[in-house]
Every structure is written in C-alpha cells, then in structure tokens.
Design a protein around this ligand. Structure first.
Ligand code: G3I
Length: 385
C-alpha cells in the first residue's frame, strides 16, 4: 500500500536531508519520516481529533507524554475540546468559570503547532443546573444577558487561538422528534426564553462571537446533517435568513456520527456544495462510524471493511468540495470513544483501544495522500501553523 504521492514523498525526503545536514549526518543516510494524517493532508484542510482536556491532558508532562498524547500530536493538525468548552464544564455556576480543561487543550495545541476548533456556545445539552433551572423563569432579556456574557467571556479568552467555532450546536430537532424538524425552542434553554424570535437570538450569538474574535470562522453544527434531508433543508433556509440579516455566519458543520446499521447518504457532496454556494465554509466535525458487535465484542471482517469505506466516503465528500476546511474525528481510539456509553455498538474510531491502526485509518491516510494539494491560503493569520 502506497501512502505518499511522489511530490509529498520528495518534500519529506528533502526535509529529512536538510535535518540530517544540520545534524552533520550524511544526507544519503536520511530516511523520510513515517507519513501521518497531518503530514499527508492537503495544505488547505485540517485533519483533527476531539480530545477531552480534563480527562486526557491535564497534568501531562510534555517531556514524557502518554502514548495517547504522542499520537494526538503526531497525527492531527487540529484538536476540538470534546467537553471542556461546554457550558456545564466551563461555566458551572453563575459567577464561576472553570477554564482548566479548555486551557489544557489550547496549551497542548500550541505545543504541537495545532489549530483548535471551539465547541460549543449554544446547545440544549450539557448545560449546568443553574441554567436549566433559571430558564423556567427567564425573560428573553435575562436569557440574552446571560448568553451574551458567556459568549463574550469564553470566545474573548481564546481570541486568536481558535480557527473555527461551533457557535450553535444541534439547534434543530429531527424528523422523528415530536413536532418534526423545527428549532429546539423547548429543549434549548435560551431558545425557549426567546421563542418569540429565536432566529434573532441565534444571529446575535454569531454577532457577539464575531466581535469577541473576528478571526474565527463561525459555524452551525449538527448530526444527521450529512446529506440533503428535511433537517439540512431547514439549516439551508436558516443560513440564508441569517446571512440576509447580516449575521456573521461563516460555516456549516456536519458531525458525521454514522452507524453501519444505516446506509451512507450519497447526497453529502451536493449538500456541502449548496452551503458552499451561499459563501459558507463546510466541515466534517465529529466523524465516527459505529456498529453492532457480536457476543465476543468483535466486529466481522465485512464490518471492518465497510467502516473503512464509510470513513473514506466522508473524507472524499470533504475533499471534493473546495470550501471544506476541516475533517475531525470524534476521538481516534476506541478506549476513549463516547459510543459504547450511549449505544449498544462500538468499534467506532480509527484505532483500537491499544492504538492499533484500523483499515479505516489507512483509508483516511490513502485518501489524503491521493488528494490534490490545495492552493487557497485558508488558515487565518496568527494561528498555530
Ligand atoms: O459533568 C460531569 C463532570 O462534572 C465530571 O468531571 C465528568 C467525569 O467523568 O463527568 C461529567 O459528565 C460527562 C460529560 O460528558 C462531561 O461534560 C458525562 O458523564 C459524559 O457522558 C458526557 O458525554 C459527552 C457528551 O457529548 C455529552 O456532553 C461525550 O463525552 C461527548 O463525546 C459528546 O459529544 C457530543 C458533541 O458534543 C455534540 N455532538 C454529539 C456528540 C456525541 O454525543
């Protein structure tokens, strides 16, 4: 299996030769470094992974990183705090912010020259009790004040350190929910308080975030948002409405939590293209591919191959659309995956619990290796590249 195009391989050999010369080693002995996802990625696409700073990074010793941390730094050009920037973690009490987990992710990213995707500012889940309780009595003005303070505080703290922010996460219900596809004006405490004009509030959240960090690209983000369906139709309409109102919406993210129990939606590329035609960036933000396992807890050979194919198709949909800025997996090893805690399924990531690379990993590596190098200088200046 070849993992490098001649050009990428030549660049790696040249870089190794320069390093060897600098070290006084004869160039002929220089061997190119092993390709990684980040080394093979086109220049205009970030390959990322989620990481839970509080669980996986705090107290880490930079000179003696765990194997998990070594792989995270070597394979990925971007990281997303899996939980550390959610309201319940970062703003546990009305006047208390806890930045420890998020700060750890930012510090790790800097040390490893990685970008950071911020996640998330407006979501119906993982809110602290004080928000959930207060939302029963909030007026819209009161909810707006709390939300504005949070957005300006959190986005402002990391201004210049974050290249993309999932500003609004999962704000639409699904077709199968009671009431069908519509804004979550019951489950989301802020949209509930401002249910008379939820779109006005959403636009303002984007405005506050943009004022706090003008460099970051600001995204809508959701699951079941890969292909063209009733939910993405609703997002497409919302995006047009927000843009018409002058809101600084800049991206649409498809989480891509897939299961082998369902088919792959081949309209993903067309879906990304229609958002790109609005002038938005698009991204795959939380990719994983889970599957039901047998009594022995192991996948079949067919499932392993099908999983690799699904990761490949997700990546290709992103590579096919020039506006696709980042491809993020929601954790890279099964030992840390959120999936078994929620579904009777598993084997969702690209490496086993023991960090063995699965065919899915090599599908991504090969897809990136074969990709045409991009030319657009997408990354905003001043970040960690
Ligand atoms: O709240 C406690 C915290 O106080 C404690 O320190 C910690 C110790 O284990 O547990 C905390 O709760 C956990 C929480 O994450 C942390 O915010 C929950 O047990 C855990 O179940 C929870 O799960 C996360 C889930 O979002 C809910 O926030 C998953 O790790 C995370 O992978 C998942 O990620 C979401 C994306 O944000 C949005 N898209 C879907 C995706 C998968 O559900």
């Amino acid at each position: 299996m070849s993992h490098s195009t001649p050009i990428k391989r030549a660049v790696a050999v040249a870089a190794a030769a320069v390093t060897a010369l600098a070290l006084g080693v004869p160039a002929a002995q220089a061997t190119p470094p092993e390709p990684t996802l980040r080394s093979e990625a086109p220049r205009d696409l970030e390959i990322g992974s989620a990481v839970w700073g509080q669980r996986d990074l705090l107290d880490h010793d930079r000179k003696n990183p765990t194997e998990f941390q070594r792989i995270l730094g070597a394979e990925f050009g971007s990281v997303t705090p899996e939980n550390d920037m959610k309201w319940a973690e970062i703003h546990p009490e009305p006047d208390v912010y806890d930045f420890s987990g998020a700060d750890a992710v930012i510090a790790f990213a800097k040390a490893n020259r990685q970008e950071v995707r911020g996640h998330t500012l407006l979501w119906h889940s993982q809110n602290p009790d004080w928000v959930t309780e207060a939302s029963n009595t909030w007026t819209c003005d009161e909810a707006r004040d709390v939300l504005e303070d949070h957005v300006r505080t959190v986005v402002g703290r990391y201004a210049g350190e974050i290249y993309e922010w999932d500003v609004a996460n999962e704000i639409f219900q699904d077709e199968w929910d009671a009431g069908g596809v519509r804004l979550r004006t019951e489950a989301n405490p802020f949209l509930k308080a401002c249910s008379a004009d939820p779109v006005g509030l959403i636009g303002d959240v984007f405005r506050w975030a943009h004022e706090a960090d003008p460099e970051a690209l600001l995204f809508l983000n959701d699951y079941n948002a890969e292909g063209i369906n009733a939910k993405t139709d609703a997002y497409y309409e919302l995006a047009q409405e927000l843009l018409a109102d002058g809101a600084p919406l800049q991206g649409f993210g498809a989480q891509a939590h897939l299961s082998l129990q369902y088919g792959f939606d081949d309209s993903m590329r067309a879906n990304f293209e229609r958002f790109a035609a609005l002038g938005l960036k698009v991204a795959v933000t939380e990719a994983d591919v889970r599957m039901p396992l047998g009594d022995d807890g192991e996948p079949t050979t067919e499932q392993i191959a099908l999983q690799a194919d699904r990761y490949d198709r997700l990546l290709q949909a992103c590579l096919d659309v020039a506006a696709c800025t980042s491809f993020t997996v929601w954790g890279f090893d099964d030992g840390r995956s959120w999936v078994p805690g929620v579904f009777p399924e598993g084997y969702a990531t690209i490496m086993t619990e023991g960090f063995e690379k699965k065919p899915a990993y090599f599908a991504l590596l090969d897809g990136l290796t074969d990709a045409t190098p991009g030319t657009s200088p997408r990354t905003p200046p001043g970040l960690n590249r």
